[in-house]
Design a protein around this ligand. Structure first.
Ligand SMILES: NC(=O)c1ccc[n+]([C@@H]2O[C@H](COP(=O)([O-])OP(=O)(O)OC[C@H]3O[C@@H](n4cnc5c(N)ncnc54)[C@H](OP(=O)(O)O)[C@@H]3O)[C@@H](O)[C@H]2O)c1
Length: 271
């Protein structure tokens, strides 16, 4: 039996992971803003440990993490999952949009890592799964703030992984494409500025049509569970045909740009 700690377990991927793990006999420290949302998951006894947690509350986050390790003894896998999106051109965003999204998706994820790492080191290892996105490699116009958080957390983990590997702590950036969760119905929308109203590049409308989202929530969660169980897990887990196609195209374009600048790059060295 493995023990997992997960943020944002009320719905979507966090909830799906929680249910699959409990069903297979693992133990879950489930954290979420409103614990009553897990009332339907009765019957798992002490294999389900639930605490309220808003990941933007760093003091509370450290208390919950410390209590989880103290009461459960060992936590094998930590999943930093809580997150949401805001749609709007950069000029349309409010200061609150910026502060709240960065506090949740980026600072909340960084502070979770900082809270769990001393415990993982002390117990001799573990796994940290950070839910990033294909949007940590490419970007949709009108989604700049969300991409800021996912590109940001990718950079954090890029540096973090080799810091932690000597301690037996392995990290996995989970990079799904569009998955059929409640993400798109929960997305916040900035008020439309007239100058951007007819810009076709910016996603508007009520929601992305579900038939345009290839990702299966249950399969994505299952792939995350499988990856966490590997002796040598990949640092990045790309999930979804859209994720594969868009990330492949974005990286190919960037590599072509790098090649095109080879001579210029070398020309600015001290001669
Ligand atoms: N669905 C996709 O297409 C997709 C693609 C790539 C990456 N992702 C990423 O996958 C992760 C999970 O999203 P999802 O698709 O499962 O979306 P979801 O169904 O909307 O679930 C989001 C979860 O995050 C929680 N959450 C939001 N803000 C929080 C906060 N301040 N503190 C604690 N919990 C908070 C929500 O809790 P409440 O119920 O309290 O709001 C909910 O449990 C996110 O990091 C998202 O960026 C999703």
């Amino acid at each position: 039996m493995k023990t997992w700690l997960i943020t944002g377990t009320s719905r979507g991927l966090g909830r799906e992971l929680t249910e699959q793990l409990l069903a297979r006999g693992d133990r879950v420290a489930a954290t979420l803003r409103d614990p009553s949302r897990l009332a339907g998951l009765a019957g798992y006894g002490d294999r389900l440990w639930v605490r309220p947690l808003d990941v933007t509350d760093t003091v509370r986050l450290r208390e919950v993490v410390d209590a989880a390790f103290a009461e459960l003894g060992r936590i094998d896998v930590v999943v930093s999952n809580a997150g949401y999106g805001v749609i709007g051109a950069a000029e349309e965003l409010t200061d609150d949009h910026i502060d709240d999204l960065i506090a949740t998706n980026l600072t909340g994820s960084i502070q979770l890592v900082r809270a769990v790492v001393p415990h993982l080191r002390a117990q001799g290892g573990g796994r940290i799964l950070q839910v990033s996105s294909m949007g940590g490699h490419m970007a949709f116009p009108g989604f700049s703030l969300y991409h800021t958080t996912k590109w940001g957390i990718e950079g954090f983990f890029e540096a973090l992984a080799p810091e932690l590997e000597p301690f037996g702590v392995r990290t996995i950036l989970v990079e799904p494409g569009m998955v059929r969760t409640s993400f798109y119905s929960a997305v916040q929308r900035a008020a439309v500025h007239a100058a951007y109203a007819s810009n076709p590049a910016i996603m508007r409308g009520d929601a992305v049509p579900v038939e345009d989202m290839p990702g299966d929530q249950a399969k994505v969660a299952a792939a995350m569970i499988d990856a966490a169980g590997l002796d040598a897990p990949p640092r990045r887990l790309l999930l979804g045909s859209d994720a594969y196609g868009r990330v492949h195209a974005a990286l190919s374009d960037r590599l072509a740009d790098v090649e095109a600048q080879k001579d210029l790059a070398h020309s600015t060295d001290v001669s």
